[in-house]
Design a protein around this ligand. Structure first.
Ligand code: FES
Ligand SMILES: [Fe+2]
Length: 327
C-alpha cells in the first residue's frame, strides 16, 4: 500500500490493547500483531510467525513473551525468539525473529513509523490539549474507502450545506464561499471567507482537528487497507474535569458526531475506491483548494509500504537445521 514515507501514523487507541494482551489487526494494508508487556510497553510486528507463518495474533502472552499458538515458540518485544520447545538445546537462528515495527504510544494512541529512515526519538507531533478532556467521546467508525478519501472529505467545506443540511450545515450562511488554504509543512489549514473563525487543520499524514466554540473536534484517519479505513473521533472539552460529568458530556458529543459522520459516509463510500491522485480526472473548482493542496502534499512523499518479503526464510532447510538467512 502507498503511504507517506517517514511519518508516524495513528493506528490504534491505546485502550484497545490491555496489559498482557495480544491483538491482531489489519492496518496500513498488512496483518499486524500488537502485544503489551506487563510493564505496559507495547510492540507491533507482522502477524506471521517466522517458523511456519501462522498468525501470532492467535497466540498469547507467557510472562512477557509472545507465544505462537502453533508450536509454542516464544518471542520477546524486540522480536528475538527466546524459546523453541521442540529443540530446547539448539541455538536459535537469528532468522527466527519477528519482523517488528517502530511503535510509539503517545496522547492515548498507538503510532507506527513508516520509514525507510529510522524512527525519531521523540513523541509524534500532536496538539496541546492540556486542560481538556476527551473522556467518553471516542467513536470508531468504519468506512469502505481509502483513508485519503476520508481526509479529503474533511478538507471540503462546500459540502456542509448539502450533506449536513439537517445538522452542522444549518449554520452555514450561504453555499457560495471562498475557501482560503494555507500549507505549512505537513499542516494544511483552511478558512471559509464567510466566517471570522479558523476552519479545520489537517496534520499529515492522518490527523485533523477543528475548534467549534470552546471545544476541539479531533479525527484520526486510520488506514486499514487500500479501500477501507476507520475514523477515530474524539471531542476535547474544557468544561468538566470531574470524571463522571466529563464522560457524560463525551457521550453526548459522540452521539452528535456519529450522526454527522453518518451523513458523510455515503459520500465517501460513493467515490471510486482507492487512494486519491493529483491527476484523477475529477473536475476541481476553486473551493477545492485544500483538496488540491493535500494531493500536492502527498505527491512526492508516498512510498510502497512495507518491504518485508526479502527477509522470509527459505522453506526447505533440512529438518532440524535452523533456517539460513537470505537464501
Ligand atoms: S508456526 Fe509458530 S511456532 Fe511453529
Ligand atoms: Fe462532512
Amino acid at each position: 500500500m502507498q503511504l507517506i514515507a517517514d511519518r508516524w501514523y495513528v493506528v490504534l487507541d491505546s485502550n484497545e490493547l490491555g496489559r498482557g494482551e495480544v491483538l491482531g489487526r489489519m492496518r496500513m494494508g498488512q496483518e499486524l500483531v500488537f502485544w503489551r508487556e506487563s510493564s505496559g510497553k507495547a510492540f507491533a510486528a507482522r502477524d506471521r510467525c517466522p517458523h511456519r507463518w501462522t498468525k501470532l495474533s492467535n497466540g498469547k502472552m507467557v510472562g512477557d513473551a509472545l507465544q505462537c499458538p502453533f508450536h509454542g515458540f516464544e518471542f520477546e518485544g524486540g522480536g528475538t525468539c527466546t524459546k523453541m520447545p521442540a529443540h530446547p538445546e539448539r541455538k536459535i537462528s537469528g532468522a527466527m525473529s519477528l519482523t517488528t515495527l517502530s511503535l510509539r504510544e503517545a496522547h492515548g494512541f498507538i503510532w507506527i513509523w513508516t520509514g525507510p529512515s529510522e524512527a525519531p526519538k521523540g513523541d509524534p507531533e500532536f496538539f496541546d490539549f492540556s486542560g481538556y478532556s476527551a473522556s467518553g467521546s471516542q467513536l470508531i467508525v468504519p468506512v469502505a474507502n481509502s483513508y485519503t478519501r476520508a481526509v479529503e472529505n474533511q478538507l471540503d467545506m462546500t459540502h456542509l450545506p448539502f450533506v449536513h443540511a439537517k445538522s452542522i450545515g444549518r449554520f452555514v450562511k450561504s453555499p457560495a464561499m471562498e475557501v482560503q488554504t494555507d500549507v505549512d509543512g505537513d499542516v494544511i489549514r483552511m478558512k471559509n471567507s464567510q466566517s471570522d473563525v479558523p476552519g479545520p487543520e489537517f496534520w499529515g499524514p492522518n490527523i485533523w482537528r477543528l475548534k467549534t466554540g470552546p471545544i476541539w473536534q479531533f479525527l484520526a484517519f486510520v488506514p486499514i487497507d487500500e479501500t477501507h479505513m476507520q475514523y477515530y473521533l474524539r471531542t476535547y472539552q474544557p468544561f468538566a474535569t470531574w470524571e463522571p460529568a466529563a464522560w457524560l458530556i463525551g457521550k453526548m458529543t459522540a452521539a452528535s458526531n456519529d450522526r454527522v459522520v453518518g451523513e458523510d459516509t455515503p459520500m465517501v463510500e460513493g467515490q471510486p475506491k482507492g487512494e486519491v491522485k493529483l491527476a484523477s480526472g475529477e473536475v476541481l473548482v476553486p473551493s477545492d483548494g485544500p483538496i488540491i493542496a493535500y494531493r500536492k502534499w502527498r505527491k512526492d512523499k508516498r512510498r510502497e509500504w512495507p518491504d518485508w518479503d526479502k527477509k522470509a526464510s527459505a522453506p526447505n532447510d533440512p529438518p532440524g537445521d535452523p533456517p539460513k538467512e537470505e537464501r
